[in-house]
Design a protein around this ligand. Structure first.
Ligand code: NAI
Length: 284
């Protein structure tokens, strides 16, 4: 399958990074979000990150300009998906939101188009079942920040065809990424391991085992992690962390995955981490 035109739905933390890497690899990209303001913010982030690559002489001015020139913006999903060979969905991590988006994509994207989701935890098989093309639905789980991180988990739903899997795997390699095949179980490999660790760090904070900085210091100095779990949670977004823990808890049915009450409280208060200026730490 020849993939040229890529539509990315959701211009937030992940969506703008995904649009960035496809455009940089020479694909025309349509970025879709719900408002002109959100799209402008997404494209601004792409521009800022390309500017950094330029400063570090990783790309030329010409590559910078051409990459930006390949990104079109749309606020209507129907029009934005109409020419897609591949759609990568990166909207809010909520089943109800994704369900609506997948149903609309199934209606408006060409029948041959592959529908990929960047979901961290929602079942690809379930997303496929919302459409009439389950064989062409696959997980393409990028990592944050997308232009920097090389891993992509490629998730096979129960119905995903080999041809679709192979196409998406080849495409990830084209982007200069390192794809890893994973089966469609909650949290895949990455979040099945990472999120319970972050959740446990939040329990340590809630129970007063240590303060936030010290918890992170233990993990950076003692375990050689490049970033402490609470800093990482702020970076990912505490709402995203909570959604993932809820999916693990519900779908695996084991209380060891129960979200920490302090995580819930932070999200209720709107302390979502870096993106809201405050989470476990404050950001200027
Ligand atoms: P985000 O909250 O930064 O961005 C989500 C975007 O989707 C928002 O701009 C929102 O306006 C848009 N959106 C929501 N409903 C929409 C609709 N119906 N049509 C068009 N746009 C819509 O979220 P983030 O962090 O980028 O997460 C997106 C997806 O990526 C989630 O599934 C998340 O689990 C996954 N993910 C997140 C990672 C992270 O580090 N934040 C890492 C890997 C995956």
């Amino acid at each position: 399958m020849n993939i040229q035109h890529v539509t990315v739905v959701g211009a937030g933390t992940m969506g703008n990074g995904i649009a960035h890497v496809f455009a940089q690899a020479g694909r025309p990209v349509t970025l879709v979000d719900q408002s002109k303001e959100l799209l402008a913010a997404g494209v601004e982030t792409i521009e800022k990150n390309l500017g950094r690559q330029l400063e570090k002489e990783k790309i030329t001015q010409e590559e910078h300009d051409q990459t930006l020139g390949r990104v079109a913006r749309r606020i209507d999903l129907a029009g934005g998906a109409a020419e897609a060979d591949l759609v990568v969905e990166a909207v809010t991590e909520q089943e109800s939101v994704k369900k609506e988006v997948f149903r609309a994509l199934d209606e408006h994207a060409p029948s041959e188009a592959i529908l990929a989701s960047n979901t961290s935890s929602i079942s690809i098989t379930w997303l496929g079942a919302q459409t009439e093309r389950a064989g062409r639905v696959v997980g393409m789980h990028f990592f944050n920040p997308v232009p920097v991180m090389s891993l992509v988990e490629i998730v096979r739903g129960l119905e995903t065809t080999d041809a679709v899997y192979d196409t998406v795997e080849g495409l990830a390699e084209d982007l200069g990424k390192d794809p890893v095949e994973v089966a469609d179980f909650p949290g895949f490999v990455s979040n099945r391991i990472l999120m319970p660790m972050i959740n446990e760090a939040i329990f340590c904070l809630m129970e007063g085992v240590a303060d936030a900085e010290d918890i992170d210091t233990v993990m950076t100095l003692g375990m050689n992690h490049p970033m402490g779990p609470l800093t990482l949670a702020d970076f990912i977004g505490l709402d995203v962390c909570l959604s993932i823990m809820e999916v693990l808890h519900t779908q695996l049915g084991d209380d060891k995955y129960r979200p920490c009450p302090l995580l819930r409280q932070k999200v209720t208060a709107g302390h979502l981490g870096r993106k809201s200026g405050q989470g476990f730490f404050r950001y200027g």
